[in-house]
Design a protein. Sequence first.
Lengths: 267, 247
Amino acid sequence: MSGIIELRGVDYSVRGHQVFKDLSLSIAANQVSAIMGPSGTGKTTLLKLITGQIHPDQGEVWVEGQNLKTLTLSELYALRLRMGYLFQNGALLTDLTVFENVAFPLREHQTLAERPLAEAVLRTLEAVGLRGAAALKTAELSGGMARRVALARALITKPKILLYDEPFAGLDPIALGVVLRLIRSTNDDLHITSVVVSHDVHEIERLADHVAILADGRVAAEGSPQALTQSDNPLIKQFLSGSPDGPVQFQYPAPAFDEQLREWVGA
Amino acid sequence: MTLHKGIARIGQFTLFAGSLLARSGVVFKRPRLVVEQVYNCGARSLIIIMLSGLFVGMVLGLQGYDLLRRFGSTESLGTAVALGLLRELGPVVTALLFAGRAGTSLTSEIGLMAATDQLLAMDMMAVDPVRRVGAPRLWGSVIAMPLLAGVFAVLGLTGAHLIGVSLMGVDAGQFWSQMRASVEMRDVLEGLLKSVLFGVVLGLIAVFEGFKSEPTPEGVGQATTRTVVVSSIAVLAMDYLVTAILL
């Protein structure tokens, strides 16, 4: 099996805490793949590995057949031009209007005349339903609108891969439905690969073609959403049902209460 | 801060300054980015620089007049004020005010961009944030500093003239003619050299502190404070060095 994104035997630790242990994952092209897992399992860290912001301690990350660790900065930038990354908060440039935010990648990477540039920006804004908001400042946008502007900004360079970090967090049901439909239609209409990091079980069931669930630093289970809902794996059952009891503990690992209290007050 | 951390910080600063200078080609490719920053750092600092220049000049007029009167040479007031402003007070006071007005705003702006993932978002769009955000701000401050120091000196002379000539009765002809006879091109160049150097150092410090600030409200606040403290010390120490070398 060889996917457009491949992680092979990845180990990664931050300040002594091991996030991934021998993690392997393959993401197929032209699908919506979801990476799920409880908070703190390293979902966002996984996106950072895929975009080359960080490198694994062991193992390799391959994107479009290139080993990220061997790339120079300009090669990595060339690859990132074919990838879009959507931050949880949108990460729009706050001193620019909606129009200028979407125009930003074009102004930076291409020398388009003002008219074709404006046409491209307004068309892309129309695709996310925000052509009418072109003149707004970013501070005037709601959370859902900011994410749609960020999607427009990512789409304008016509990427082959789109990475979404928690695209549904904090959205009202209408905005959520809109974002959900946009992710699906963008993926299908433009024939791109979408990777959605989320812990929203029901949204992912509706959206994804393939789901990988992370736990204990590796992929605990993967498959189609339907296959996973029928799984007997106790971890998957706990995660999908949202139960506090199961293999994933509610309590962060800690010493016995009295022992910690003694350490804390030093008596 | 321990000695070890201090040395590490200087090392980081040197490396960052090197990478910032190496990415400065953008200044020629997209001069508009620099013009925006000259406006940001320079035009927006004009009021504070002009008012400060005027008052500093007025004080120089008063103090200079009192001092020169004791030697019976009040007609040299113009020369004394002009040399003081061109060679020392113009560049130094402008630089200190610039660090407080423009340096802090550069650091907090970049720090907040980092804290809200805007710099990372640029990096993800294959836009190098040091090149796109850092370099234009550095060169904006390099261009704005000598212009502001010039404005400061002009307003300072105006203030000294106001006090010395209009209030204390120094002869206007002597005020200007003595000044023209004594002030040489090298005095002007000394001030210009200092203000350009201060612009480089202030820009580097403000941009460095912004990029290296912790992405939290306290982190950005501390970075902003460090910009003022480090810039002020750097300006005064460099002023001594340059003066000692040139004299």
